[in-house]
Design a protein around this ligand. Structure first.
Ligand SMILES: [Zn+2]
Length: 402
């Protein structure tokens, strides 16, 4: 069987074509893979996802490059017979998106080479963003933005993009951006006066079609720098999302959009200060509250006071403050608990001159709360998810002490 003639090689803007079905494989899943004598559908490969579209109105959900059998068109629906002539239609918005990302990548990758001699090691078009892994020394926002700037200038110069086919001997004499991945005849993509590289993908006719290229973020990954970028319609979609987020944050401050980051940083700083002040006030409040609890608790015959209380809505820090303030009194034990809707918390503590193993009591109490806890013989903390048994857990520790 002759291999599929790849119409997208010579014209990336061809979206309607006629072809003959040359093979058909039915899958148990109800999907059928068709091979055609010619196709405008680009199959998954080279970091670029497959085209989708229709064959005689039946949905083509993916195309796979099969070395032996040509391009497999996976269709969902009634499959035509072998030998039938079918009308194919490639989904244009998806093809345009992929061409913008792919052509944008050529320019961005070449910009890194031109400016920093930094080659691109891999490329991926993901669902809403693209990635390139670049071998660049000491990347900074400024360096990366310089490459973005250069690539965009090439976009706006609207340079011509041409395809040429050369032999591997001819290719060896040419200044290719990357080494060809295969031997034999090569398909080269040339961006006039800027970039020349072997590639089997679909590209814009002219650089202007890419619209613009924007970098969203970057990070160091496995010795390379992974750069997230978007071109064309994706860059616009990403701008819209970013703008929406920035405006939503700005609205919370009733501020201008571009002041939102500064105001958020200021609020976080103020929040930190407030937390410190609340902690300081809590410590003072705990001393006052501890005095009250201490006074209303009657000492036992051994002169020991055991303050056993379930308090409302205390965090572990607040509960501990209170316990520590209580055991500043001699001959005092504090068995304190609190809970919110999700979790119960306990703090057990004793003054130096009191006896009892708070750690052991805490472990038992936490078992009742389906939780965990522990500490030292004079101070232990814990908690659990069974919020209904806080009182019971404290009473049981109280009984053990008596
Ligand atoms: Zn390409």
């Amino acid at each position: 069987m002759p291999p599929t003639e790849r119409l997208y090689y010579s014209d990336s803007h061809l979206i309607e074509f006629e072809a003959r079905v040359t093979a058909r494989t039915d899958r148990v899943s109800g999907w059928t893979a068709l091979t055609l004598d010619r196709t405008a559908f680009y199959p998954t490969g080279g970091g670029q996802p497959s085209d989708t579209g229709t064959l005689d109105g039946v949905h083509v959900i993916e195309c796979i490059d099969d070395e032996d059998n040509g391009v497999l068109h996976v269709i969902q629906g009634r499959a035509p017979e072998i030998g039938a002539t079918v009308s194919g239609r490639v989904d244009w918005p998806r093809r345009l998106d992929h061409m913008q990302q792919h052509t944008g990548q050529h320019m961005l990758s070449q910009a890194f080479v031109t400016l920093f001699d930094a080659p691109t090691r891999s490329f991926r078009v993901l669902s809403d963003i693209c990635e390139i892994d670049v071998e660049i020394n000491n990347p900074t926002n400024e360096l990366i933005e310089r490459a973005v700037e250069l690539a965009n200038n090439v976009v706006w110069e609207d340079r011509e993009i041409t395809i040429k086919t050369v032999t591997s001997e001819e290719a060896a004499e040419l200044p290719l951006r990357k080494d060809p991945a295969r031997a034999g005849e090569l398909r080269l993509i040339e961006i006039q006066g800027f970039d020349l590289t072997p590639c089997g993908g679909t590209h814009a006719y002219r650089t202007g079609e890419v619209g613009m290229i924007a970098v969203r973020s970057w990070e160091r990954a496995k010795g390379l720098t992974r750069i997230e970028f978007a071109a064309g319609t994706r860059a616009l979609a990403d701008y819209r999302r970013a703008n929406k987020t920035a405006r939503a944050v700005a609205a919370l401050f009733s501020s201008a959009r571009d002041d939102a980051a500064k105001l958020t940083a200021r609020m976080l700083e103020e929040n930190k200060d407030l937390r410190h002040r609340v902690r300081a006030l809590e410590a003072i409040a705990a001393t006052v509250e501890a005095e009250e609890l201490y006074r209303k608790t009657r000492p036992g015959s051994d002169d020991l006071r055991i303050v056993a209380e379930v308090l409302e809505a205390r965090d572990p820090e607040g509960l501990k403050h209170l316990a520590v303030a209580l055991i500043a009194h001699p001959k005092t034990i504090a068995l304190l608990g609190s809970h919110d809707k999700e979790a119960a918390r306990l703090v057990f503590a004793r003054s130096e001159d009191a006896t009892g193993d708070m750690n052991a009591l805490m472990r038992e109490a936490c078992a009742m709360l389906d939780g965990r806890g522990g500490g030292k013989a004079d101070l232990a903390q814990g908690g659990g998810h069974n919020i209904t048994r806080v009182r019971e857990a404290i009473d049981s520790a109280l009984a053990a002490l008596r």
